[in-house]
Ligand binder design. Structure first.
Ligand code: SF4
Ligand code: MG
Length: 319
């Protein structure tokens, strides 16, 4: 709720704070148990920062994060690790970067269980065998090292590692973006199977509109640290309301529902402004084909304009 993450900009020999990068600047969203919420936007829109702030890898500057009825936004690290951390796991674009090259698959997967004091040794071994099976690995892989695996296999390891703690929510940040298209499909299918099997909830962050469309139930669109539009997948892709969403979708060949009009390609003028110095009013006004006077002066409210369809744009404000 109204989540913000601003990073200070330091300058000079005394490293004085001279400004702030407003990476995430007041977004509100909710995720329902068992669903996949996609978050899309161009690089630099704040979607990754939002994901990391949601699980307190970054300290929120403002706003609240409610997980299963508890406000975790200011919870102590100790309390977080005791009761929240294992329930929320993250999958990153490059799982290899967070794997110790000198450790075998077995110890990579056992580590989180040991750290969180989960299971006795025997149960851990069983869990390990089960995890390997779930992500499609041969049991003999257990003594291999990270460098012996391909990119797609490493992402399977990343997923297995996240699953080791029986989490309820998984935040995937560009989890398949670095993989070949055919491998992407395999990983996405695996994630969907696991979701069904374990009743997992996903927040799926990606710049790839097609993949997000495939995997998500609802989708949020971010621009310059703000949520521009959030709706059920079909509503967002078939009937986007926000001019930014319309422009984004016009640029990719996504299949249209029968009977919907062909979209003209909307080319946005100008450059992406700096999040250190975002435009006044609607942050999209410098590039919006529909911008009006009020857009420069007043920040549009993110509001529900149709059932479960939220938009931040003066074209739809009802107040
Ligand atoms: Fe465009 Fe104005 Fe809507 Fe912003 S508020 S998206 S500038 S019409
Ligand atoms: Mg990112």
């Amino acid at each position: 709720n109204n989540l913000k993450k601003h990073f200070p900009i330091k300058a000079g020999i005394f490293q004085k704070t001279v400004g702030h990068v407003k990476a995430v600047d007041g977004i509100s969203l909710h995720v329902k148990k068992g669903e996949t919420l996609g978050i899309v936007g161009e690089s630099g829109c704040g979607k990754s920062t939002a994901g990391r702030t949601l699980i307190r890898l970054y300290e929120p500057t403002d706003g609240n994060i409610i997980f299963k009825g508890r406000d975790i936004s200011r919870m102590s690290e100790r309390e977080l690790s005791r009761s929240v951390r294992k329930n929320i796991q993250m999958i990153f674009q490059d799982p290899y970067a967070s794997m110790n090259p000198r450790k075998t698959l077995k110890s990579i997967l056992s580590e989180p269980m040991i750290t969180h004091n989960m299971y006795d040794r025997k149960t851990r071994e069983e869990k390990l065998a089960d995890l390997l099976d779930r992500v499609g690995f041969n049991p003999s892989f257990i003594n291999r090292y990270p460098h012996e695996f391909s990119g797609g296999q490493r992402q399977r390891i990343g997923i297995a590692r996240a699953l080791a703690l029986n989490p309820e929510l998984i935040i995937a940040d560009e989890a398949v973006s670095a993989l070949d298209v055919s491998i992407q499909a395999q990983i996405v299918n695996l994630m969907e199977d696991l979701q069904e099997e374990f009743g997992l909830t996903y927040i799926f962050i990606s710049h790839d509109l097609s993949i997000v469309r495939h995997i998500s139930d609802r989708v949020g669109v971010m621009y310059l640290g703000k949520m521009m539009e959030l709706a059920k997948k079909s509503d967002l892709y078939d009937d986007p309301l926000h001019p930014y969403t319309q422009a984004l979708l016009s640029a990719v060949p996504v299949p249209r529902k029968k009977g919907t009009a062909k979209r003209e390609r909307i080319v946005l003028k100008g450059e992406l402004p700096s999040p250190a110095n975002p435009p006044t009013g609607c942050v999209f006004h410098t590039r919006c084909p529909a911008a009006m006077d009020i857009c420069r002066k007043q920040v549009p409210i993110f509001q529900e304009v149709k059932p479960e369809h939220y938009v931040a744009c003066h074209l739809y404000q009802s107040n």
